[in-house]
Design a binder for this molecule. Structure first.
Ligand SMILES: [Fe+2]
Length: 311
């Protein structure tokens, strides 16, 4: 508990420090959302909440895994449909909020003000969805508003991500976001939208082939992102990350068994945990923001959880 509180404190401070340095903006890391950009000469742009407040959900059946800096919301042992749905909405709305944050941080300068402003609006939208999901008490027969309103925000976010991807690929957008990163976060949003539809139809089931196909590529992409954000002199780690990515891409095409997938998920979690600690303590040289390291660690834990539940 003490460790978690310490991590929370450090997290807030580090989010503010690193992000402000990267983007030259003032940051608001409080539960109160920044709804209006600050105005006037000399004032800084606000970027909205960078770290949502921690805490348990009111809906029964939502388990909080504490392996990462931020809580990882997963369905508990005795979750009903509401527990499955709310944990999934909590997990992914936090991820979507962070996607918007990463994009706004990677779109610096006056010439990117328009797309950066769009990203900031999405950040606020998904922070609100997260808070509604966490603080509402949902029942199995009272999920339709939560699921439909969240999906109604995910769809334009997919359109935005794909539009930015096309512009970056065409050379008309000169952001610091790789085309693969746009594609990766669009795939995650597309999958979230599909899951919301399934949940709205009363099913929380996970198909093993779908889980495997989706997450092996996502995990492989993460390892390639890590490889490309490490200091070029971290040659052994760069090679290690690329080799692990290759294994996961192979697992994607070969459709390996559940047991092997579960151990691959555990290995990815161990690698990302060690990387996050090395980055935080300065033992690993990189330009990886700790909030990005934590983001991909949480996704690896979700991968591990889904593999265990998939049929
Ligand atoms: Fe991801």
């Amino acid at each position: 508990m003490e460790k978690r509180a310490l991590q929370g404190k450090l997290g807030r401070r580090q989010f503010a420090g690193t992000a402000a340095a990267a983007a030259g903006v003032s940051l608001i890391a409080t539960p109160v959302l920044a709804l209006e950009p600050s105005k006037g000469q000399g004032s800084c742009e606000s970027i909205g909440p960078l770290s949502l407040p921690e805490g348990a959900a009111f809906t029964p059946g939502v388990f909080v895994d504490q392996r990462a800096r931020k809580p990882i919301y997963l369905p508990g042992m005795n979750a009903g449909l509401a527990g499955y749905a709310v944990s999934e909405v909590l997990f992914w709305t936090d991820i979507m909020m962070e996607h918007a944050m990463f994009m706004s941080l990677l779109m610096p300068g006056d010439h990117l003000r328009g797309p950066r402003s769009e990203a900031r609006q999405f950040q606020i939208v998904f922070a609100r969805h997260f808070l509604s999901a966490r603080d509402g008490g949902y029942r199995d027969d009272g999920l339709s508003w939560l699921l439909s309103s969240t999906r109604a925000s995910v769809l334009p976010f997919i359109e935005y991500k794909r539009r930015m991807q096309r512009a970056q690929e065409a050379g008309t957008l000169r952001s610091l976001v790789w085309p693969l990163f746009f594609d990766h976060i669009a795939r995650e949003a597309e999958r979230f939208a599909a899951r919301l539809e399934l949940l709205a139809n009363g099913s929380a089931a996970l198909q093993r082939d779908e889980v495997s196909a989706f997450w092996t590529t996502i995990m492989a992409d993460h390892l390639e992102f890590v490889a490309h954000l490490l200091d070029p002199q971290e040659r052994a780690l760069v090679a290690d990350a690329n080799a692990r990515a290759e294994q996961l891409y192979q697992a994607h095409t070969q459709r390996v068994g559940s047991g092997q997938l579960a151990s691959m998920a555990d290995e990815v979690i161990d690698f990302k945990t060690a990387a996050e600690q090395g980055i935080e303590t300065g033992q690993i040289k990189s330009i990886i923001d700790p909030s990005l390291a934590d983001h991909i660690l949480r996704e690896a834990v979700r991968f591990s959880d889904e593999i265990q539940r998939a049929q």
